[in-house]
Design a protein around this ligand. Structure first.
Ligand code: ADP
Length: 258
């Protein structure tokens, strides 16, 4: 296992390959190592395999039989993501879906946020404390008694994040966190994410978010890692970006192209 500073990486992919039942390979031989505390962006054109990769990080698409754990392709904190460990994996890895309405289901915000801690076995006092802390962390300390359906889209996204934070994950996985947010809601989300002391993996088309939040970026296309590195380097490579259906963000373009 690759080790960084004596401890296992937050996430390690070992030749991850995956096809849906239709047969076409969606992920093809992905290998990567992401350190604890890093903030990694997965970028690429639609259909590149970003969401499929994220789903592997919480074991929604298991790749190997339990008995074959050593050959597992996805490792979190030095342990394989295999069916018999899914409960532990989901305690360590929190997943925020792209659409908050896929995640929220309870009659009140507080009940929704409390769902995860209760499932983890927290007692009433601990659950209440986690609900309060996580709603405060996302800047919504006063909405606990409201119906999620009465909040704005951006607020519902933050409630989803609170629900995941209430489980105190070590790794936070987000699918398109800034999509459909207005500029103020986007700024609020960015501020919250930057303050979190956890490993963050984010799939996004928002390349400014990558520049503002992440210290690494992985460019995925046709199910392969085409490039990985520091965001300013990868995202300013015009040829690379064009080849994979992306555009250099305005702020990285030479002034002569204005
Ligand atoms: P991205 O998130 O980069 O847009 P996805 O991971 O959603 O890419 O999809 C990658 C490919 O897998 C696409 O061609 C998509 O049509 C296909 N795909 C996604 N989900 C399924 C599924 N449940 N069954 C079959 N094919 C799927």
């Amino acid at each position: 296992m690759a080790e960084l500073n004596g401890s296992p990486p937050a996430i390690e992919l070992r030749r991850l390959t995956f096809a849906y039942p239709s047969g076409r390979k969606v992920l093809n031989d992905l290998s990567a190592t992401w350190a604890t505390g890093s903030r990694v962006a997965i970028v690429g054109p639609s259909g590149a395999g970003k969401s499929t990769l994220l789903m592997h990080l919480i074991g929604l698409l298991p790749t190997v039989p339990v008995s074959d754990g050593q050959h597992c392709a996805v490792w979190i904190d030095g342990a394989p993501v295999i069916t018999e460990r899914l409960r532990t994996v989901r305690q360590h890895v929190g997943f925020v879906f792209q659409d908050p309405d896929d995640q929220l289901f309870a009659a009140t915000v507080a009940e929704d946020v409390a769902f995860g801690p209760k499932l983890l076995g927290c007692d009433a006092t601990e659950t209440q404390s986690r609900v309060t802390d996580s709603l405060t962390a996302v800047g919504l300390p006063l909405v606990g008694n409201l119906n999620p359906g009465h909040l704005s889209y951006g607020e519902r996204k933050r409630v989803c994040l609170a629900g995941v934070l209430a489980c105190q994950p070590k790794v936070l996985v987000l699918d398109e966190p800034s999509s459909n947010l207005d500029p103020r809601a986007r700024r609020q989300l960015l501020k919250i994410l930057r303050a979190l002391p956890v490993t963050v993996i984010v799939a996004t088309h928002d390349l400014d978010l990558v520049l503002d939040l992440c210290d690494r970026v992985v460019l995925l296309d046709e199910g392969r890692i085409q490039s990985e590195g520091v965001p300013t380097q990868i995202l300013s490579d015009e040829l690379l970006m064009e080849r994979h259906g992306l555009e250099v963000p305005w702020r990285l373009r030479p002034t002569s192209t204005f």
